[in-house]
Design a protein around this ligand. Sequence first.
Ligand code: HEM
Ligand SMILES: *[C@@H]1O[C@H](CO)[C@@H](O)[C@H](O)[C@H]1NC(C)=O
Ligand SMILES: *[C@@H]1O[C@H](CO)[C@@H](O)[C@H](O)[C@H]1NC(C)=O
Ligand SMILES: *[C@@H]1O[C@H](CO)[C@@H](O)[C@H](O)[C@H]1NC(C)=O
Length: 334
Amino acid sequence: MIVEIIVFLLTAILAYFLYLYKWVHHYFDKRGIKYLPGVPIFGNILNSTFLRNHLFDDLDRVYQAFPGERYVGYIEGTMPILIIRDPELIKSITIKDFDHFVDHKEFFSEEVEPLFGGSLIMMKGERWHDMRTTLSPAFTGSKMRKMLPFMTEISSNIVNHLKEWTQTELAGQVFIFFVAGYESSATALVMCVHELALNPDIQEKLYQEIIRFKEEHEQLTYENISTLKYLDGVLNETQRKWAAALIMDRVCNKPYVLPPPREGGKPVHLKPGDIVYNLVNSIQMDPQYHPNPTKFDPERFSDENKHNMKPFTYMPFGMGPRNCIASRPPIQLS
Ligand code: HEM
Ligand SMILES: *[C@@H]1O[C@H](CO)[C@@H](O)[C@H](O)[C@H]1NC(C)=O
Ligand SMILES: *[C@@H]1O[C@H](CO)[C@@H](O)[C@H](O)[C@H]1NC(C)=O
Ligand SMILES: *[C@@H]1O[C@H](CO)[C@@H](O)[C@H](O)[C@H]1NC(C)=O
């Protein structure tokens, strides 16, 4: 009897996943969206689920498979998601029509994980807007110089302006500044040092720029960092090749009509809850926008060259009103 029940349950589960497998492919077919067929249960993320490659590789495989498309279908497990390939469309989603795509995808609900779930990154709609407005003044230039006063300022901002907010909400914001701020800045610095070690000529040129500044001006302060052009290029290039962002996700919160995925195709109607991924890293490593993308070349950001960079093909801090709150120039290094 036990055996029969187990066999029945396994069959039911298998049938359910096969149904979802068919359903997700049908979802894209019906809308005329191209996709790479996935495998049951895992969709397009089988390899990264079992750590056979990085998540970037699974995303990038889908991105690269259809060079002519404005957007393509991506199957995350059993969930259909749109990968946006066209920089113009990324501009519409993150700026022009931002009010249709205010939120990030939920991966911890606030009930389960109040600290992360209640942080600015995960907050939604009106509540996100209020918190963002409250926190933003603390991220302007000089206030970022020292970490501690800025933490204190943020706390008192919240406490003063919106007394009704709870301790947990306050803790959530401080927590996310450590996670979002510390980890991403540390990654950027590590990858920068890594590239400098691999490229001694670039390292030497950077060294010379800093030495020259010190010879001319005695000392180098926090305010001076942005005047060092080559350093700026090195940091920008690090963020191009090794952006921590990976996916700039947005959730549709108001019905939206996407232009056809290609000339002659039909528009796609998004409804609330549908998810889009703007692929920061794939675009920043696309030779169409950044020739010879694996080459670490700070000159891409020089005054002569930076105008060749197409808008919305370099976005390590995200874009639009929902971008990184700390995206002002040398802030990330504080
Ligand atoms: C190299 C350093 C950093 C990188 C590459 C980075 C990158 C990002 C990216 C890609 C986003 C999402 C943007 C979007 O969806 O459009 C983001 C959001 C955010 N980042 Fe950063 N970040 C960095 C440093 C920091 C620091 C130092 C802090 C705070 C002290 C911080 C706090 C935040 C917060 C609070 C959000 C959520 C903003 C919102 O949802 O309104 N980040 N960051
Ligand atoms: C998964 O990784 C293997 C190598 O480990 C590779 O041969 C295969 O093409 C990958 N498959 C997909 C769908 O990414
Ligand atoms: C460097 O920063 C200091 C302030 O810390 C400022 O007085 C000085 O003018 C700056 N030098 C240059 C060359 O920007
Ligand atoms: C390089 O990074 C700085 C921030 O450090 C930013 O202000 C500048 O716009 C970036 N350059 C380009 C071409 O994106």
